[in-house]
Design a protein around this ligand. Structure first.
Ligand SMILES: *Cc1c(COP(=O)(O)O)cnc(C)c1O
Length: 230
């Protein structure tokens, strides 16, 4: 069995190799260690043995239970679907929300952020394959609604995020990552806005994501092992 330090080393090395092969600077890409379902001891091991400080969680209650047990200097991203009734409780505890998946949710975050005097950083989740079962803006809807989103002055919209449909190989994800990057480029031109972040790539396809421009990769299983409960 590999140690947690070894697993982190392997993933980081593959990220560097993928970046270098694509002519990118490895520093442009950050590893979000997705620790959902894993106990605080596993996170602590990642901190102490692998020097990891950025973690991703997808369930508020679980994250809030674990955060106080861990060093205060850790950084947390919310990578899941944020329920509207959890916004107020979630806002103070995450530096970035990856999954803002509808205009209605964005408006609710705006309203609560205003009340709380906060300015949350968010990514717009795009349903790149148009799957009926998935959260996220259809690509055409993001383009149609970008001005409405940008009008929400409490939201720092920092980029786009996607979760491609599962496929047989990592290459299966590439066209979806390309699509997300091209959508980002179009939005930057049409709305004259900076959208620096592309959150894309998970355990099975993060190298392809890095080749296609990811700035944040969300990796869980390759670092912490299989999840037993969900
Ligand atoms: C669970 C999860 C991940 C990590 O997935 P792995 O396949 O375990 O790397 C990444 N992104 C999101 C949004 C997740 O919910």
């Amino acid at each position: 069995m590999d140690t947690i330090a070894e697993r982190f080393a392997v993933v980081r090395e593959k990220m560097v190799d993928a970046a270098t092969a694509a002519g990118r600077l490895p520093d442009e890409i950050e590893l979000v260690a997705v620790s959902k379902t894993h106990p605080p001891e596993s996170i602590r091991a990642a901190v102490e043995e692998a020097g990891q400080t950025l973690f991703g969680e997808s369930r508020l209650q679980e994250a809030r239970a674990k955060q106080p047990l861990l060093p205060g200097r850790l950084r947390w991203h919310f990578v899941g679907h944020l329920q509207k009734n959890k916004i107020r409780a979630a806002l103070p505890h995450f530096e970035l929300f990856h999954g803002v998946d509808s205009l209605e949710l964005a408006r609710q975050i705006q309203r609560i952020a205003e009340e709380e005097g906060l300015r949350p950083a968010v990514l717009i989740e795009v349903n790149v394959a148009g799957e009926a079962s998935k959260f996220g803006f259809p690509a055409a809807t993001v383009e149609a609604q970008i001005e409405d989103l940008l009008a929400l002055d409490r939201l720092a919209i920092e980029g786009l995020m996607c979760i491609p449909p599962p496929g047989p190989t990592p290459e299966h994800s590439r066209p979806f990552f390309v699509q997300l990057r091209e959508l980002r480029d179009r939005l930057q031109m049409s709305a004259r806005v900076g959208l620096p972040h592309l959150s894309m790539g998970m355990s099975n396809d993060y190298e392809v994501a890095v080749q296609e421009g990811a700035t944040l990769v969300r990796v869980g299983t390759a670092l912490f092992g299989e999840r037993t409960r969900r």
